[in-house]
Design a binder for this molecule. Structure first.
Ligand SMILES: Nc1ncnc2c1ncn2[C@@H]1O[C@H](COP(=O)(O)OP(=O)(O)OP(=O)(O)O)[C@@H](O)[C@H]1O
Ligand SMILES: [Mg+2]
Length: 275
């Protein structure tokens, strides 16, 4: 299995195509809202009428303080949790109400690198098993095809062959993050959502991982939604930056002009915090 750029519209669920999104949008989110314990007075409005678009092959950075709703947005976007209202259209397919069979097919194209990927990696599995697992789950029966894909992927993310038999506990933070990235890319998804891929790493390793993500995007043409704490990193890695504050997107601009043009006070405070 080679790692050529993904095909045009693999996995598109028949009959679910929504032609309304602008051409080229890989992600179109409209009024996405998530209220935990909906209907209860003490419910939490974690994501509040969020709308944005990400063009195919582009990257959106989502920045905001802890508790602003970033991880909830990531999970709603991929329908890993059901939004309370609004919709996410991915590659022209509205995920809401998709039959499980179609959703499964669509999932192959959508991957989440979860926050705290250390905890998300099964401690009993080897690096090879972790990276290979999505291929197994999605029915690749040929072991030598799987092995070739794993080797190619590990090479692409810069992990040495000698690490394939190791368990996550025997890896550095940076190596674990590379394993998570390899696992998320092995199915050659069209969209990868990365939830704080570098926040647990020291500055030097952060730079390595961010540069790796950039070069992988160039090689594979993947669309990214990347959640980050750091506006400067988002600006460096992404084409567009959205700033989230208390469940809402308060600013959304091209990365190149966010510093000059930002007008929301919360964005200004993030800019002032850049060393
Ligand atoms: N399962 C849940 N049930 C109830 N409330 C939740 C649940 N998950 C998240 N929340 C609440 O929703 C809000 C947003 O949480 P979320 O995890 O999306 O924030 P975040 O921006 O990712 O924060 P961090 O930067 O710390 O990861 C918080 O107030 C949180 O307490
Ligand atoms: Mg989070």
């Amino acid at each position: 299995m080679g790692l050529s750029p993904p095909a045009e519209h693999p996995g598109r669920a028949d009959g679910a195509v929504n032609g309304a999104e602008p051409e080229g949008a890989m992600v179109a989110v409209r009024d996405l809202t998530k209220r935990f314990s909906a209907g209860r007075r003490d419910g939490v409005l974690a994501v509040d009428s969020v709308s944005f678009e990400v063009a195919a092959g582009a990257s959106l950075g989502v920045v905001g303080e802890s508790g602003s709703g970033k991880s909830t947005l990531a999970r709603c976007l991929l329908h890993l949790i059901e939004p309370t209202s609004g919709e996410a259209i991915i590659d022209g397919v509205a995920l809401r109400g998709l039959a499980p069979r179609h959703l499964r097919r669509q999932r192959r194209q959508l991957q989440l690198v979860p926050q705290d990927s250390h905890a998300a990696l099964d401690p009993r599995m080897s690096v090879r098993q972790i990276v290979e697992e999505p291929l197994v789950v999605h029915g690749e029966r040929n072991a030598s095809v799987r092995l070739a894909a794993v080797e190619e992927m590990l090479d692409l993310v810069g992990l040495e062959d000698s690490l394939v038999a190791r368990r996550p506990a025997a890896l550095s933070g940076g190596q674990r993050q590379r394993v998570s990235i390899a696992r998320s890319l092995i199915l050659k998804p069209r969209l990868v959502v990365l939830d704080e891929p570098v926040s647990a790493l020291d500055v030097c390793v952060q730079a390595q991982i961010v540069n790796l993500l950039k070069s992988l995007q160039r090689t594979l043409g993947t669309t990214y939604v990347v959640i980050l704490h750091d506006l400067a990193l988002a600006r460096y890695l992404c084409d567009d930056v959205a700033v989230m504050h208390r469940g809402r997107i308060v600013e959304h601009r091209p990365a190149a002009s966010i510093i000059e043009d930002a007008c929301h006070p919360y964005t200004r405070s993030l800019i002032d915090a850049i060393p």
